[in-house]
Write a protein that binds this ligand. Sequence first.
Ligand SMILES: Nc1ncnc2c1ncn2[C@@H]1O[C@H](COP(=O)(O)OP(=O)(O)OP(=O)(O)O)[C@@H](O)[C@H]1O
Ligand SMILES: [Mg+2]
Length: 321
Amino acid sequence: MDGLVRRFGEFTAVDGIGFSVEPGELFGFLGPNGAGKTTTISILCTLLNPTAGTARVAGYDVVRQRDRVRASIGLVFQEITLDDYLTAAENLRFHAVMYGVPAAELPGRMEPLLDMVGLRERADQQVRFFSGGMKRRLEIARGLLHTPRVLFLDEPTIGLDPQTRTHIWDYVDELRGREQTTMFLTTHYMDEAERCDRIAIIDRGRIVAIDTPDALKASVGADTVTLATNDDARAAEELRSAFSVEVEHRKGALELRVPDGEAFVPRIFDVLTVGVTSINVRRPSLDDVFLKYTGRDIRDAEAGASEQFASNAMIRAWRRG
Ligand SMILES: Nc1ncnc2c1ncn2[C@@H]1O[C@H](COP(=O)(O)OP(=O)(O)OP(=O)(O)O)[C@@H](O)[C@H]1O
Ligand SMILES: [Mg+2]
């Protein structure tokens, strides 16, 4: 894609983005709420026209070759789009017909998918009796059914339990190995982002970073030391004056970023006059990457949007000191 822009009235949701995803790649698209992820995916899936710029999916132009694009892709969207009055199996069959899956192949594809999402026993029940999690699981099974060349997954596993997420990821890995499916994924789960070959981070409609998870982590360039003490306010003062480092109060503990955390820890004990109750050194994680490029915590991204804008502004203000 190149120079992709999408405006809604005065508001620019996607602001000139351009990058490419390699065939067979598992590509992660991360960003805070409202950053423009779903808008971008909707353009790539031909559900929304770009205001400007171009994009090709599986080699086809998303505006001029809409049908070709549609025939090459699969979608698992944030919103559930199943038919409530069909059974689970009927939903899958209907989708298979739409996408031209040969009838002879269908049982062989449906069964492992229903097993993967733990819905084989419920296959003949109408979807309107399903829980939210069950619908989500069926939605994912459906997205994988016609083995598309490019699969778009917009927060596919949101709200699912860890065990189901593991099953789904095992299947996704197997599918990638077998079919070399290209996958374009948005997620707020760190462990899922960690699986990606490359990640792009989008913030306010612009790409702010794009690289492999390892390279992104290396770009943070500092370890995080977290410590809890008997008197955090005083400890923070003492650390600031001894090392001239920034000390942040986060989640009921003190956090500092230093180049070599392990060597730094013993020096902390030389300067502190208050008792330390716990201490932890962490190499940069994708959480730190997300925080660095967006000023936000990736986990917060699940909360309500307005709340987030407040916390975003607060963190930015805080970081400015
Ligand atoms: N149809 C629309 N009309 C007006 N504004 C829209 C429309 N669709 C999206 N937006 C706005 O565009 C911005 C980007 O929305 P988008 O859904 O792409 O965000 P997102 O990155 O997917 O966020 P989330 O993590 O919450 O899913 C938001 O501010 C949203 O309110
Ligand atoms: Mg979205």
